[in-house]
Design a protein around this ligand. Sequence first.
Ligand code: DC
Length: 223
Amino acid sequence: MHFEMIITVDGPAAAGKGTLSQKLADKYGLAYFDTGMVYRAVGLMMLKQSLDLNDADLAKKMAEQLTFAKMMELSLDKEFRSSVGGQAASIVSSYSSVRSQLLDMQRNFAKNPTFADGTPANGVIYDGRDTGTVICPHANIKFFITASSEVRAKRRYDEFVQKGMNVQLDDVLKDVKARDERDANRKDAPMKPADDAIILDTSDLSIEEVFQKAVAFIEEKLK
Ligand code: DC
């Protein structure tokens, strides 16, 4: 590849964004930024200190203290990927002051894309809710990945079970719906596809089928 490629993959919780992004990152030699991590990190900082998640000012203070290194450290905590961690992230991500505070950390990642070991990457793949609309509106290629809430809940449930977590499918479905509702309806940067995003409904597709469709689209764009 002779130019720096930026790909964005947005969509609701558990739609398969992470899996697709990682596979595309491997194929095209791209550094990967899962932007939900910035909100998960702030949410977890608050949970750990028993701070009130409904306090937007406190959430902003936590966001001010967040560095990339701190986020990576927090990501090792077992609550980071839990349902509780996801809900906390969803709550703090609804505050516009928190979102604007965390904007530069996300955007800066594309300025000098490198892998964890410091070697340069061919570009960046962002995964999140607003990466094609707000974080990187000039991305070369944008995807919006979706699936029915039932399918997404089942996928998330299977992931939790695989990790040995004790969860009920019904609770995971409720959780997915609650997050959709909050993410789609927040005043600031509601989750929606960019005008120039390709929309992929993965409800009836395997991981490999989604990947092949995405690759076909990218190859067409690169021609
Ligand atoms: O993708 P995730 O489940 O790790 O995201 C956690 C929460 O963070 C999600 O409910 C909404 C928020 N989020 C966001 O508002 N914008 C992003 N670009 C990524 C995540």
